[in-house]
Design a binder for this molecule. Structure first.
Ligand code: NAI
Length: 415
């Protein structure tokens, strides 16, 4: 990005942990930032030492960004979570310090969609059972229970980012696609939204779940719903473990009411690599089990790194907080640098969300005889974020005055 920041870019220090894909460091370095990368997740003491001088911190799911870490990171401008979840960061403390936290929720959409398609075909051909038999030395050449997916009906529950991608790919294979969503969603291709989950379960040859974990989806597929599914049909769950009542599913599979299932997520998942996996569905025929790897591809890791770093760069250079999970989201145009010799100031101001702060800011700026060209404000919980584009002036002085407002959390200047 061309515009200069108030702070020289070459002095911006980014620390990327947990082996974030190199595409991220490359983007930050292209921007002129200094980048330090580390393979593992440091403990609190080591992390504090690492972030003391950092402006940007990049973590994946294992590094715990605690209040103590955030307090020690006095220069920290923003945190990037190079994953979907953000519960490893104390979001409240970060927000109240004016430190936006960004993540990358949709960079692995395609990876999940592709796995889902692979599993739909594998279930129809009983591929995993055939392969297991072959490894055990059994040659069972038979067409029994093997089907083409062409012409079969796929029922997609949750027609969001992943569900709609699955829809496109499935149609390319010649499947008929129906879907159910709580919202009215525009169908892609020839897909058709059905009125209820019940209608979908009744008509689909294979049901795939792509809903978020929420109160409305917890246990949404239980014994009653499975009973509505076509005998011999298949269930795929690559969304969240709590969406399916696993004991009911295991019972239906044992009774061969369902023809098979593919599961990537479970109500209880092992915490780490060494821990064993226990589940009622282990050892059942035509059941594909994967260890929550739906979104885990090298392409997705690269896409996550690029997405999260782009958000960090836009915040540093322009002030945009779009995609932040803990502070108000403000989408900003690039500064208008034409006609003013490139000297217009942009002030980024995080403040406590209490009445009267804006009028204090306006009075201070007016007192300096400075004209405000544009103002963008959003609030979220107890934090407000206002961005002011002001006429060329003594930006330093404006900044100092704004910092003297007691409700100011953090103010930064771009020019
Ligand atoms: P999304 O937010 O784009 O789409 C979810 C859709 O579900 C929305 O259209 C929403 O309206 C709909 N929905 C919500 N509640 C519903 C209900 N009760 N009934 C029917 N529809 C409902 O989410 P996205 O990105 O497509 O992800 C879907 C799921 O996949 C999430 O649970 C996510 O956590 C999971 N996921 C799993 C991964 C894995 O590694 N297995 C990787 C990435 C995402």
């Amino acid at each position: 990005m061309a515009s200069k920041t108030s702070y020289p870019k070459e002095k911006i220090r980014a620390v990327l942990l947990e082996g974030v894909h190199p595409a991220g460091a490359a983007l930050l370095r292209d921007e002129g930032f200094q980048v330090e990368t580390l393979a593992g997740a440091p403990d609190e003491a080591k992390l504090i030492a690492l972030v003391e001088k950092a402006h940007l911190l990049g973590v994946r799911s294992r590094t715990q960004v605690t209040p103590r870490v955030l307090e020690a990171a006095r220069n920290l401008l923003a945190v990037g979570c190079f994953c979907i979840g953000t519960d490893q960061v104390d979001l409240g403390v970060a927000g109240r310090r004016g430190v936006p936290v960004f993540n990358s929720p949709f960079s692995n959409t395609r990876s999940v969609a592709e796995l889902t398609i692979a599993e739909i075909i594998a279930l129809h051909r009983r591929l995993v059972d055939k392969s297991t038999q072959m490894h055990a030395g059994v040659w069972d050449k038979s067409a029994a229970g093997a089907h083409e997916v062409r012409g079969r009906t796929l029922g997609i529950v949750g027609y969001g980012h992943i569900g709609s991608q699955v829809s496109v790919l499935a149609e390319a294979l010649g499947m008929r696609v129906i879907y159910h969503d709580v919202l009215s969603k525009m169908p892609l291709g020839n897909a058709r939204q059905v009125k209820s989950l019940g209608d979908l379960l009744r008509d689909a040859d294979v049901v795939t779940l792509h809903v978020p974990a929420s109160a409305s989806t917890r246990g949404m597929i239980g014994a009653a719903q499975i009973k509505k599914m076509k005998p011999g049909s298949y269930l795929v769950n690559n969304s969240r473990g709590g969406v399916v009542q696993i004991d009911a599913l295991a019972a239906a599979l044992r009774e061969e009411r369902l023809g098979g299932a593919a599961l990537d997520v479970f109500p209880v998942e092992p915490a780490g690599k060494g821990e064993g996996f226990e589940s009622e569905v282990r050892g059942l025929a035509n059941v594909i089990l994967t260890p929550h790897v739906g979104g885990s591809t090298e392409e997705a890791q690269a896409a996550i790194a690029e997405d999260a770093c782009t958000k960090l760069i836009r915040f540093v250079n322009v002030g945009t907080t779009t995609g932040a999970v803990n502070v108000p989201e403000v989408e900003l145009p690039a500064q208008d640098r034409e006609g003013d010799g490139g000297r217009a100031h942009r002030i980024l101001h995080f403040h406590q969300n209490v009445p009267g702060v804006l009028s204090k800011m306006h009075a201070l700026i007016a007192g300096l005889g400075v004209n405000i060209n544009a103002e963008y404000l959003r609030t979220r919980d107890d934090v407000g974020y206002v961005v002011l584009d002001v006429d060329p002036t003594n930006g330093r002085e404006v900044l100092e005055r704004l910092r003297s407002i007691p409700e100011t959390i953090r103010a930064r200047l771009l020019w």
